[in-house]
Design a protein around this ligand. Structure first.
Ligand code: AP5
Length: 221
């Protein structure tokens, strides 16, 4: 770990491994991982006003309106734990959100912002999403083949029964992938021109991908 400020954005389609890599990187540098998906799922579980607004969009695999997400991130980045840096997992996801972020923190090119686009073939994404299992209590993620819990179908951390995310079911997955292509993929060109941008081949073991991620963040790739 170093004293340098680090700000990282993970881009990539659903199932690319953004959450897996972002969690590792956050623990490696001791900075927060800000997952908008986790924030929204928690709001739904707690039945807050935000959760009630977001739920219908999320269940169907659509994107939650930009203004809600920009508000969430604006508030979250004001927390003091973000002072040494942060990792954004799932935000921005549209050009409007990226512009909103830029107006909060300034332009990426002139700063320490690193944008990583994790790329994985379509068939592998489908395998990862259909096999993913999730702890509704602590939000830990598993996979029925390649990241199994120690006890079948139970979270290693708190023993909660694991479930399949509602939006990992087939119809919602198809919509999420379409939304990604339409709304989020254009951010690749947006950030190529505005920040330190790196494409990461996510179709390898979690450990190998993490080595690339770390090198990219530290400017060695
Ligand atoms: P969100 O929770 O952000 O979902 P997502 O982007 O679709 O990403 P995923 O969580 O599905 O996948 P991931 O890339 O993190 O992969 P993971 O590491 O879990 O968003 C959900 C919804 O919230 C959105 O659809 C939208 O409605 C709403 N939302 C959120 N942010 C929003 C925003 N900014 N604007 C508007 N709406 C927003 O890995 C997947 C599986 O693969 C796991 O089982 C894992 O164990 C496995 N795996 C990971 N890496 C590997 C590897 N290298 N090899 C093999 N298996 C692997």
């Amino acid at each position: 770990m170093s004293d340098e400020t680090r700000r990282v954005i993970f881009l990539g389609p659903p199932g690319a491994g953004k959450g897996t890599q972002a969690a590792r990187l956050a623990s490696h540098y001791g900075i927060p991982r800000i997952s908008t998906g986790d924030i929204l799922r928690e709001a739904i579980a707690r039945g807050t006003a935000l959760g009630r607004q977001a739920e219908p969009w999320m269940e169907q695999g659509g994107l939650v309106p930009d203004e809600l997400l920009i508000g969430i991130i604006r508030e979250r980045l004001l927390q003091p734990d973000c002072d040494p840096g942060y990792i954004l997992d799932g935000f921005p996801r549209t050009i409007v959100q990226a512009e909103g972020f830029e107006s909060m923190v300034g332009s990426g090119r002139a700063s320490d912002l690193v944008v990583l686009s994790v790329q994985v073939p379509h068939d592998e994404l489908l395998k990862r999403l259909s096999g993913r299992r999730w702890c509704p209590s602590c939000q830990a993620t598993y996979h029925i083949d390649n990241s199994r819990p120690r006890v079948d179908a139970q979270c290693d951390r708190d023993g909660t029964p694991l479930i399949q995310r509602e939006d990992d079911k087939e119809a919602a997955v198809a919509r999420r992938l379409t939304e990604y292509e339409k709304q989020t993929a254009p951010l690749i060109d947006y950030y190529r021109q505005r920040a330190r941008f790196r494409a990461i081949d996510g179709d390898r073991s979690v450990e190998t991908v993490f080595q690339d991620v770390q090198q990219a963040v530290e400017g060695e790739a």
